[in-house]
Design a protein around this ligand. Structure first.
Ligand SMILES: NC(=O)C1=CN([C@@H]2O[C@H](COP(=O)(O)OP(=O)(O)OC[C@H]3O[C@@H](n4cnc5c(N)ncnc54)[C@H](OP(=O)(O)O)[C@@H]3O)[C@@H](O)[C@H]2O)C=CC1
Ligand SMILES: CC(=O)N[C@@H](CCC(=O)OP(=O)(O)O)C(=O)O
Length: 346
């Protein structure tokens, strides 16, 4: 079989560089080109020295990369993808967008939360939300995938079985999530400055984070009605990993064994989701550098709440790993190709 030519737009950023590491191991693709705005002509391995001697290609322009590619990954800041996606689709390419521009079906909600006007509404109609465990069939048939946000990935996977089977009330969900600093991308800021982040831990954007409407819309598509979430993200002093704790009121009697069995069965055929033994709670370090999501469940009998704890690596299942998983489904590769990583034990 001939190799699929794959280009990465914005490969100089965190998600783009993580993608290169995965694509190098993928048996079915060649990396046709990588682009950057500010680093054209520089070698990838100058920016990311661990790749020296392994991947030394130079950054080119976006157009050069697009024209050499069958599949294009777009790893640009919010609001910059829409034009790029339009160009790629017009040129007959398949596209996976890591950013938020195409994630929401309700375009008015997108415009309000992101304070950005949409230029090509009809293009948004073609986009499939790239959570493979939810939308595999549609992903396999589209040319445009909107890769989910990192927090929503961990949260939606944690809630999918309970919401679809109507086990919980969804009108007052409480979600408390923590992320490592790579979630903020490579730009320097006071928040992620070492002296401010090391040995520090804080909440941010309580109730106002842009992932709130994404979580609510997709829970609605999973079968929840009247969804309202209070979502509070936190910034952890670690490089990578997300841990989301979800508190949901059970609709009727708590049969913890039934709930746990349902979760186990639900994800039995999904290679990247592991439901832990009942009452075992997950650890970020068990999924970092892998495309795995680990889910732990416990029923708080006193309060009649289901407590779900879900962990992922924000760079992998939260971004680049999930993007490759989506490409695999779109292109008919084995879903796990290039993604057989296990977190280092220590
Ligand atoms: N970090 C994470 O965990 C996650 C990120 N995402 C999303 O993925 C996208 C990328 O994120 P991330 O990698 O963290 O961000 P970074 O800020 O680390 O990287 C963005 C890159 O885009 C490049 N760029 C900007 N404008 C252009 C342009 N016009 N043409 C070509 N390249 C351009 C920059 O390259 P240069 O400076 O070299 O020009 C930069 O390296 C964002 O939309 C983000 O929200 C999604 C899930 C998780
Ligand atoms: C730690 C941190 O700053 N995280 C980012 C989320 C990164 C991500 O997945 O999201 P988008 O693609 O939607 O930007 C944030 O809170 O904005």
């Amino acid at each position: 079989m001939s190799m699929v030519q794959v280009g990465v737009i914005g490969a100089s950023g965190y998600v783009g560089s993580e993608l290169i590491g995965i694509l190098m191991k993928h048996e079915g693709v060649d990396i046709s080109g990588i682009s950057s705005e500010n680093n054209q002509g520089a070698a990838f391995s100058t920016l990311y020295p661990s790749f020296k001697g392994q991947y030394d290609a130079q950054f080119e322009s976006n157009q050069e990369v697009i024209s050499k590619s069958d599949v294009v990954f777009i790893c640009l800041p919010h609001g910059k993808s829409e034009n790029m996606v339009k160009q790629c689709i017009d040129e007959g390419k398949k596209v996976i967008d890591a950013g938020a521009d195409f994630r929401l079906n309700d375009l008015k909600v997108y415009e309000d939360w992101y304070e950005t006007a949409i230029s090509y509404p009809e293009l948004h109609g073609q986009a499939v939300y790239g959570l493979p465990e939810m939308n595999k069939e549609a992903i396999s048939q589209t040319s445009l995938v909107a890769n989910p946000g990192c927090y929503p990935t961990s949260i939606l996977l944690g809630l999918y079985p309970a919401v679809s089977e109507q086990l919980i009330n969804t009108d007052r969900l409480i979600i408390d999530a923590k992320s490592g600093v790579t979630g903020a991308g490579k730009s320097l800021s006071a928040v992620t400055h070492f002296a401010n982040k090391n040995e520090a831990f804080k909440a941010y954007k309580a109730g106002t984070h842009r992932h709130t409407p994404e979580i609510e819309e997709k829970l609605g598509q999973m079968g929840a009605d009247n969804v309202k979430v209070s979502f509070v993200p936190h910034l952890l002093p670690v490089n990578r990993g997300i841990l989301s704790t979800i508190y949901a009121d059970l609709k009727s009697g708590s049969d913890s064994e039934h709930i746990h069995n349902l979760y186990k069965k639900w994800y039995a055929n999904d290679p990247f989701v592991t439901v832990l033994d009942y009452g075992t709670l997950p650890d970020i370090s068990h999924v970092t550098h892998s495309n795995q999501c680990h889910i732990g469940l416990t029923v708080d009998e006193r309060t009649q709440r289901l407590i779900i704890v879900s962990v992922i690596d924000n760079m992998q299942k939260g971004a680049a790993g999930q993007a490759v998983q989506n490409m695999n489904i779109m292109m008919g590769f084995n879903e796990t190709e290039g993604l057989a990583m296990v977190a280092p034990s220590f």
